[in-house]
Design a protein. Structure first.
Ligand code: ADP
Length: 409
């Protein structure tokens, strides 16, 4: 029986999905996590995610020796790489993974090999409005190391840039990061956005899914809503976008494992917004399934990590998608209404609310969570998009006593 260590944060949406996949593959699983609650069907090792070196040593000393170490989320990718290195398991160089965790390092490495991306500057305290002006408005101001669009803000003029800087610094302080650190200022790339889900092996990118984001993402905050696959963009656009992601993989030095990239399609071609060395976030992976057996994304990733190359990576269904439900306001969540009605919408496969009622929720750009996810499948992407939009129409969320609809067009 092969043994796999899954590195998960206590906040992860997907520990259960990875455990389910591991069970199907009859793997012996150890979950390395900062959580405290017991995990059914798996043994657990407690780690502190912030102490990469120590966590890696703890994972590497697990007996019997693990055959693979897989991180679920961004928070665990450095630990998984460092532990794999100690164990002599083929893995991404920690420096490559580090570049996916620090947007400034990522931009610099991409620039070195001329990968198409937004023009950018790294700016210190008080320099943001001038740097933004020099780049040309609109710009996007973002912290180097947060994720899930937390602290990512568009600014259209100097005053907007100043206000965004102040807000991002407060978000950094709240996240336990240095509020005085340099921030990234990037040219705002106009155009539709797609996501590319891939699997890298020996440095070569295999595309698992190209996902359209049919709702505009124009800011000032960038909450994700609709994801639909396959992409409806023309083949040459997809090919060029995949080319940019492959270049990014090479520029960063990623050689193995899953990657998730965001690409903006500007008038002049695709631009790499971000690449992460993990699978798609939240529960969105559930919208993807592969081969005749309908293998999950987690199954595909675990098999790849163990060097089992029997997977068929053709999509099982002609089209599928997910609606991420952003948190529409900051306050106490008292209810999510309309779940039964949403499930009755044609093409809807599932609705999952991931925040407990009674919990305090925080909207973007301060927050980094989603209220929940709605899954759909159908004969073509149009049908899937229609189903997800119809489901959004019947859902409503009550925060601090006020009822509101998900912000979907
Ligand atoms: P995170 O890692 O927090 O998700 P990203 O850098 O991926 O941060 O930014 C989140 C989202 O913000 C992107 O998916 C994109 O929609 C938008 N965004 C970020 N940078 C730019 C940019 N330079 N131009 C246009 N949109 C951007």
């Amino acid at each position: 029986m092969k043994r796999v260590v899954i590195v998960a944060s206590a906040e992860s949406y997907r520990t259960a999905d990875f455990l389910g996949a591991a069970r199907l593959l009859r793997l012996d699983v150890v979950v390395a996590s900062d959580g405290i609650s017991p995990i059914a069907g798996a043994s657990r090792v407690h780690i502190e995610l912030a102490d990469v070196e120590r966590a890696a040593i703890e994972i590497a000393s697990i007996e019997p020796t693990p055959d693979a170490v897989v991180a679920i989320d961004d928070e665990g990718v450095l630990i998984a790489a460092a532990a794999s290195q100690l164990l002599g398991i083929s893995c991404n160089p920690p420096s490559a993974v580090e570049a996916t965790r620090d947007k400034a390092i990522m931009r610099a490495l991409l620039a070195r090999t001329g990968v198409r991306q937004p023009r950018f500057r790294l700016a210190g305290i008080g320099q943001i409005p001038d740097m933004a002006h020099a780049l040309g408005f609109p710009v996007v101001i973002k912290p180097r190391t947060l994720s899930a669009s937390r602290g990512v803000i568009r600014a259209d003029d100097r005053e907007g840039a100043r206000a965004a800087e102040e807000r991002v610094r407060k978000i950094l302080a709240k996240a336990g990061k240095d509020p005085e650190s340099d921030l990234l200022v990037e040219q705002f790339i106009e155009g539709e956005e797609i996501a590319i889900e891939g699997l890298v092996s020996d440095g070569e990118l295999e595309v698992l899914a190209v996902i359209d984001k049919p709702d505009p993402l124009d800011g000032p905050f960038f909450e994700e809503t609709l994801f639909v696959t396959p992409s409806r963009h023309p083949a040459h656009v997809i090919e060029a976008s995949v080319g940019v992601v492959q270049q990014a993989v090479a520029a960063l030095g990623l050689v193995t494992g899953p990657v998730h990239a965001e690409v903006r399609l500007s008038e002049t071609g695709p631009n790499l917004i971000e690449i992460a060395s993990r699978t798609i976030g939240g529960l969105c992976g559930r919208a993807l399934s592969f081969g005749l057996l309908g293998e999950s994304l987690e199954t595909v990733v675990l098999k790849a990590a163990l060097g089992v190359s029997t997977s068929d990576h053709e999509p099982t269904r002609p089209a599928s998608g997910v609606l991420m439900l952003p948190i529409p306001a900051t306050g106490v969540l008292s209810d999510v209404d309309g779940m039964t009605e949403a499930l009755e919408v044609d093409g809807i496969d599932g609705v999952e609310v991931t925040v407990a009622r009674g919990r305090r929720v925080t909207a973007l750009p301060e927050g980094d969570r989603y209220l929940g996810f709605v899954f759909a499948s159908g004969q073509d992407p149009e049908q899937v998009e229609d189903s997800l939009r119809a489901a959004a129409q019947v859902l409503s969320v009550t925060i601090d006593g006020e009822s509101m609809r998900p912000a979907v067009e």
